[in-house]
Each structure stands twice: as C-alpha cells, then as structure tokens.
Design a protein around this ligand. Structure first.
Ligand code: CUK
Ligand code: CUA
Length: 621
C-alpha cells in the first residue's frame, strides 16, 4: 500500500491522490476470538439499574442534530434537535425554537464542544456550529435543550468550530468557504481581492443565555478546516488549519492541492481583544472586523505540509499537531518555539500582511508511521500519548508526541474521521476509552440497502488497544466529546416560574382570551387531560373563527419526572411538547375551517389515549 501511495504522489496527477483519499482502502477485519469476545462483552455490559460511566455527544452531521450515547455500552440515549426540525419533540414548531431556527429547516452540525472551566469540561453547556446555514448554538445541559442560536454574518460555513478556550471566554468560528464580506455579489475573477475567510470570536453570556459575536477577523480567502484552542502555556492562543491557500476558484480537488505547503494560522486572542478595545477595526455588516493587513500583530502563519486536516493541541498546551490528509505525515509543532520565533521576528515573508514564521523555527518533528495513510485527527490519553485516526489505512495509531515513536495500532471498520477520547479535549484526559468515529460501516451491520449507516467503535486504551464495541450511528458522526457522567446535573422538573405571564399552574386559571382576531389559550396539560378553559362547558375544546391567529400557551402541571405531554392538532401540521413543569407556546393561523381533533402525542398514562380535545374553526360567512 505504501508503494501505491508513493507512486500516486510521484507519478500521477493530484486527482488520483484525492480519489485515493475519498474512496479509501479497506483492511480486513481483525479476527476476534470467542474468549476475547466474551471479555469484551463484559467490559461494555452495563446491567439494568447501573448507568454508563460517560456521556458521549456525537454530532449528527447533516441531520442537524446531536446524538447522546452512553459509554461503554454505546447505547443511544437521546437525539437532541439543534439545527433541524424534530417532530418528536416539537422542535421548530413551538415559538421559542421556531424563532431560534429563523426559518431554516435543516443544518449540518460538525463539532460539538463543552463549556470549560480551567481547561476542564464543566458539564454546563455544549456549543455547536452549523456549516450549512452559518449558525452557532448553545445547549443547556440541565435540560439538554437549545437555549440560543445565532446567525453569523460575513461568513459561510463555520466548519472549523467550535473549540472553546480554557474558561469559555470564546468559541472561535473560522469558516470553510471564502465569500465577499457583507454577503455581496462579487465576480470570482476578483476572488483574491474581494473574498475573505472570516474567523468570528463568539462569547456566551450565561446570565442572559445568549451568544454574541465579539469581533471578526477578515483572514485571506482560504478554506479554514479545523481549529483548536490552546491550553496552559498556550491558553491565549488558538490554531487553525487551512487549505486552498492557492486561492483556486474552481475544481478544488486538483487546484487546491497544487502547492506543497498550506498554513496553520496561529493567533493570540488576547491581542485581538486588545485591538478591539482600542478601536482598531472596521464595521462591516454590523460587525467589528479586524483586517490583518491594516492592524498588525496577533496573527501568524506557520507553513505545513499541503492540505492539512486536523490540528490538535496537546493536553499540556506545549505542542500542536497537524494531520496531513494529503501528505502521509503528522507534524508536531512547538508553541514555545513559535513564541520565540515571533519574539525574534524570525519571519519568512508574509501573505496578505500576515507574517509567516519559518517552518524550521517552529517544527519539532515530522512523524510518519509506517504504512499509515490519511492521518486526520488526534486525541490524547492520561499520559499525554497521541491517538491518530488514519482514514485510508482504516486504523487508529498510538504514538508518543515526545519522541514520535509509534506505540500501538488497531484496525477499525472503516475509514475513521475523528476519534473522541474520554475527557479528550481537556488539560487532563482520562485515558481508558477512545471512540473511533468511522465514515463507513460497509458490512458491519444488517443491510439496509445500498446506503449504510456510519459506525462508532469503542476502543479500550487502558492496555494494548482493542476494539470492544461497535454501534451504528446515522448519519455521519463528525466529532463528539465524551464527559464523565457525574459532571452533568440535569433537572427532573422545570421549576415554577410565577413571573411567566403565559404559565398557568392552577386548573381553575385555565382560560381563553380573545383580543380582536387573536386568540390566546392559557391551557394546562396534565394526566390525562387538557384544560384550555376551566369555565367552559367543554374545557378541552378551543373554538375560533376561520382566519384567527391562535396562540396556545400550554403548561404541564405534572411534577413527576418523565411525564411529558404532547399537543398536536390533526391536519394542522403542528406538534409541540411540554416537559414536566414546562410552559410552551405554539402559534398558528386557523386558516382551515372545520373540526380538528387535538391529542397528546407523548405517552403519559394508562389514559393517554383519552387525552384529547377539539379545535373547532367556524367558517367565515
Ligand atoms: S471533519 Cu475531520 S473527518 Cu467535519 Cu471534523 Cu469529518
Ligand atoms: Cu399526555 Cu399522553
């Protein structure tokens, strides 16, 4: 295989190389003996009544959702809708989520990231970005629900995010696609001068539960692929990989791989923050935008083997490791060396006003594990050892970043993208578990036709690496983060909020209020009935006129864990849920006259089937 790779590099067109990357090469499955299968089964068995040790939040890719798994069982516990509609939870129909989604019906979620305190996951929030519609979201882990979504102007496809700084000061959103600022029309002939790749620094206001764009940086018109925030000695810094520094505008497969080197962007967010405080920015589309060609400092380029994919900071914060994708090698860079090179102005020219550090001044070593092809992403264990996924040779390679020595390797099925280690992006990963997120399952599970699900494989990394469990995941898991289960403190019931004007906690207060052609229902859902109007002859009926705008504010007054009610109206294409103690609102126009049954969609009691009512829409005369 190595031979094939080398001949591809030396003799053939880059297109062939790229095809090799995308089609992969499948190694045979590792045979499992009956004895080791039994031990492996014991390692992942979580008996009824016991809970998993870790939560794994896997990105749901272009489903726009997040998948929650337990580790080591690899049982899927929940799907949390983030960027796409989800009728199971009414996400996208109730007022809050509908407003947050802003009319978009789908998203492409790649890299979830936990909030951090002192470089450790604190279990409070989870951030994620949407490549498809350029958005960022924050989830509250008390309820596993989305609190805020922002649309990010001036950018297209924040694939490179989200990676948070040590104390969640920022999440950085560099983008995959370069576009003209202000979402203007510009000819692609003017790509190099009129287009930009923008990095957005986003903050989270915990009190208001809102995301904000603090500032943006107008980087050159390249594609920004992956990023990572620094740690400890590098905590004020972050790194981003780039490709298409060739600035090709068509047929990127070939044209974006012409040069031997692309760059890692190295930036100091404290310095950028200072520039913003000093007013060193322009306002574009309402955003504070720093232009590196005008405002010097804070941003540097490090040359790296062409088209790198992942870049990962070691848990001690001393190094950053780039994965080659098109060059079968890993490059270990030193932050300390970079800092020294910056201090000594050890530059080899500049691009778009950004100084280029000399490769030799920053590199520590190149690592090229034998026959390992297509390195993509690296995770770490409790001893600082690195685990790199090899997309083409379908394996995970363990190696020592201090020496470059390869320590162990295990085949996975097949073509891993990312892997995720237990507490893997913190300053102190746990070791023990690594989950390989494989792009192809091929024949791993019962066939479901020509298209198969993707696959996650749990690897025991406490000794010699061994795959101990597999589970389908559908669609593609781009990335995930794994957190100790006891760090997440969920609530059982939404607390009463007497200040919420839409909430009704007393059955006798359920009422229907008409204001012109607006009808507000302040209703209750409880086992096992709806009360929309306590004083009416039929409290479970909503009667309106055709054309009325109807608001149903529904409070679930059941205060027992897990008693969730749903609210759906036949043929009105809507469904919302109210979790225990929660108040939720759905708004619609009663534009169809007639009689429409209302029913509870979430099984809630032996009399769930009886939890119904009617919407009567009187026709216009
Ligand atoms: S990406 Cu690298 S394999 Cu979206 Cu993180 Cu998928
Ligand atoms: Cu309420 Cu089913």
């Amino acid at each position: 295989m190595k031979k094939k790779w080398i001949s591809a590099i030396s003799g053939l067109a880059v297109g062939v190389l790229a095809s090799a990357v995308f089609f992969g090469d499948f190694s045979p499955k590792q045979p499992t003996s009956t004895a080791s299968a039994k031990t492996n089964a014991e390692k992942v068995y979580v008996p009824f009544g016991k809970k998993d040790e870790y939560y794994l939040f896997a990105s749901g890719g272009h489903s726009g959702q997040l998948f929650v798994y337990g580790v080591p069982s690899l049982r899927r516990i929940r799907t949390v809708p983030v960027f796409s509609l989800d009728s199971a939870t009414g996400y996208g129909w109730d007022e809050h989520s509908k407003k947050m989604l802003g009319g978009y019906t789908w998203g492409d979620l790649h890299h979830p990231a936990f909030s951090e305190t002192n470089g450790e996951y604190d279990g409070k929030y989870l951030f994620a970005t949407d490549v498809a519609n350029s958005r960022a979201a924050v989830l509250d882990l008390k309820t596993f629900t989305v609190k805020d979504i922002i649309s990010v102007p001036n950018t297209s496809g924040p694939h490179c995010a989200a990676f948070v700084t040590e104390n969640t000061e920022y999440l950085f959103l560099p983008t995959r696609f370069a576009v003209p600022l202000g979402n203007k029309y510009e000819s692609l002939d003017d790509y190099s001068t009129k287009y930009r790749g923008v990095m957005s620094a986003v903050t989270f206001d915990e009190k208001a539960q809102k995301l904000h764009i603090a500032y943006q940086v107008a980087l050159p018109p390249w594609s920004y692929d992956l990023s990572d925030a620094g740690k400890k000695i590098s905590k004020d810094w972050a790194v981003i990989t780039t490709y298409n520094t060739e600035e090709a505008t068509t047929n990127l497969e070939i044209n974006a791989s012409k040069e031997d080197r692309d760059f890692i962007v190295l930036f100091n967010w404290k310095e950028l923050e200072k520039m913003v405080k000093e007013g060193k920015y322009d306002i574009v589309d309402g955003q504070k935008v720093i232009f590196p060609e005008k405002q010097k400092g804070g941003i540097y380029l490090v040359p790296v083997a062409k088209s790198p994919h992942g870049v990962d900071v070691t848990p001690d914060g001393k190094r950053f490791i780039a994965s080659g994708k098109l060059a079968p090698l890993l490059t270990v860079f030193s932050f300390e060396k970079a800092f020294k090179a910056i201090e000594n102005k050890d530059f080899a020219g500049e691009r778009n006003g950004i100084p280029i550090l000399k490769y030799e001044s920053v590199v520590e070593r190149e690592v090229n594990p034998e026959n390992a092809l297509g390195p993509l992403h690296t995770q770490f264990d409790d001893k600082g050892m690195a685990y790199t996924t090899m997309f083409i040779s379908s394996e995970v390679v363990k190696w020592d970043p201090n020496t470059g020595e390869v320590l162990d390797r295990v085949p996975v099925q097949y073509s891993p993208g990312h892997s995720v280690a237990a507490e893997g992006d913190t300053v102190s990963p746990d070791g023990k578990y690594l989950v390989s997120l494989n792009k192809l399952a091929k024949d791993s599970y019962l066939s479901v036709g020509p298209s198969h699900p993707e696959s996650m494989q749990l690897i025991d990394i406490s000794g010699k690496m061994e795959v101990i469990q597999s589970a389908p995941v559908d669609p593609e898991p781009h990335y995930g983060q794994m957190i100790k289960a006891d760090k997440i403190k969920t609530i059982n019931v939404y607390p009463k909020d007497e200040s919420n004007p839409d909430a009704v906690y007393n059955q006798k207060d359920a009422r229907i209020v008409r204001k012109g052609n607006e009808v507000h229902v302040y209703g209750i859902a409880m086992r096992s009935k709806f009360i929309f109007d306590a004083k009416a002859k039929r409290p479970d009926v909503i009667e309106v006129n055709e054309g009325d705008k109807v608001f149903v504010h529904l409070t679930n007054i059941d205060r027992d864990e897990d008693i969730t009610h749903g609210f759906a109206i036949n043929r009105y294409n809507l469904n919302i849920e109210v979790q225990p103690g929660q108040t939720n609102t759905v708004e619609f126009v009663a534009d169809k006259a007639g009689t429409y049954p209302i029913y509870c969609t979430n099984f809630c009691s032996a009399l769930h089937q009886e939890m119904t009512g009617y919407l009567l829409v009187k026709p216009k005369q």
